[in-house]
Design a protein around this ligand. Structure first.
Ligand SMILES: Nc1ncnc2c1ncn2[C@@H]1O[C@H](COP(=O)(O)OP(=O)(O)O)[C@@H](O)[C@H]1O
Ligand SMILES: [Mg+2]
Length: 376
């Protein structure tokens, strides 16, 4: 079993810099979990505390049922895979992979067995006699991985291993890591600031901000049901549109008032969840894809219709992203590519409110989270 448990983990650097603030996380056995968040949010610090490279200021870390707070890095049974792979250029692939075991005084026969087994898993058996410079980027990544695999660790840790690569290579490497994870079937904790990478790699993603965890969930859950305003803004390209406004009681229901042009009677399903914010400031969040173009204004009488002026259009293949302005608001809607509207044209847009979210203006929590998908 190689679960990794973080219990109330805190890191305070000298000078009273609180990099990580009482985080709790349960990484499941054999899971590929991705820590994601903007630069400086505490991802590397968290990973380095798990690895034992950084002292813990408070809390407990457990790896595979063993409390490791005071266990030195080399005895923690984990392997860190670094950004630049750090392969020894003068050594063959075989020796690069076996070197760590040799240092640990493993017998030659055991080193041979493990290197060959790892090479087999990674499909690099025929490269064992080569040196790193005679390998492609993908092959080097496999060797770096192989070097970690031979140690048979309880968990692998990755800190932005792909951030030096160009976009195409990154996509290749992501596929590679997913493949490796499937084969090796070991717990992996992966750090990145790139939300697309997090979404494509992770069994689950952990969204961090300023030393705390905002949400832990499967990628699609984080996308469809962001627990906080921060997650809503951070996950998704193009980003979710966020409108500040007031939640006004209206007869039996609630009306979102975001100014002249951004107004909507909210769906009945939301009423219970949002009633605590009646008369208060809230944010309405709605993804660019949750809009429809109203072609015929005379049909719009009974539905919400937001007037907006086209400022820019971007054709993205199967959709056209239209940047619009209305009053002081600027937002983006994703429309059918055949409807590419002219610049400065006045549109009427219908927000699909069943797919909108209401965030508390003070706590910035998503009030409209379905109970069933709250953080795991
Ligand atoms: N050795 C250090 N000494 C003091 N502050 C540090 C040190 N390392 C990181 N920090 C601070 O801790 C915070 C988190 O850093 P880090 O974990 O590297 O973030 P991330 O990996 O998410 O970019 C930042 O504010 C950073 O400046
Ligand atoms: Mg970092």
């Amino acid at each position: 079993m190689a679960e990794v448990l973080l219990h109330n983990i805190t890191k305070i650097y000298p000078g009273d810099v609180k990099a990580v603030d009482r985080i709790n996380l349960h990484v499941r056995d054999r899971e590929l979990i991705v820590l994601v968040g903007p630069s400086g949010c505490g991802k590397s610090t968290t990973l380095r505390m798990i690895a034992g490279l950084e002292e813990i200021s408070g809390g407990t870390i457990t790896i595979g049922n063993r409390r490791v707070n005071d266990v030195p890095p080399k005895d923690r049974d984990i392997a860190m895979v670094f950004q630049n792979y750090a392969l020894y250029p003068h050594m063959t692939v075989y020796n690069n992979m076996g070197f760590g075991l040799k240092l640990r005084k493993f017998k030659r026969a055991e080193i041979k067995r493990r290197v060959h087994a790892a090479a087999e898993i990674l499909g690099i058996t025929e490269l064992l006699d080569r040196r790193p410079k005679a390998l492609s980027g993908g092959q080097r990544q496999r060797v770096a991985m192989g070097r970690a695999i031979v140690r048979e660790p309880a968990a692998f840790l990755f800190d932005e291993p792909l951030s030096n690569l160009d976009a195409k290579m990154r996509v290749e490497m992501r596929k590679e890591i997913i493949r490796q994870h499937k084969k090796v079937k070991t717990t992996m904790i992966y750090v990145t600031h790139d939300q697309v990478e997090a979404m494509t790699l992770g069994d689950r993603v952990v969204v961090m901000r300023d030393g705390i965890i905002e949400q832990v969930a499967e990628p699609l859950t984080v996308y469809n049901y962001p627990e906080t305003l921060f997650v809503a803004r951070f996950i998704g390209t193009p980003p979710m549109n966020i409108f500040p406004g007031m939640l006004e009681p209206d007869g039996n229901g609630f009306f979102f008032n975001g100014g002249e042009c951004i107004r909507a009677l909210l769906p009945e399903e939301m009423h219970d969840a949002i009633s605590s914010c009646a008369g208060k400031k809230v944010y309405l969040g709605i993804r660019p894809k949750a809009f429809e173009l109203i072609e015929d204004a005379s049909n719009s009488k009974n539905s919400t219709a937001w007037p907006a002026k086209v400022e820019l259009t971007e054709t993205l293949g199967d959709e056209v992203l239209v940047h619009v302005a209305s009053d002081e608001h600027r937002y983006q809607v994703s429309l059918d590519p055949h409807t590419r509207p002219d610049l400065d044209r006045e549109l009427l847009l219908k927000p699909l409110l069943s797919r909108a979210h209401i965030f508390d203006g003070e706590t910035e929590k998503n009030l409209t989270m379905p109970v069933a998908v709250k953080s795991t």
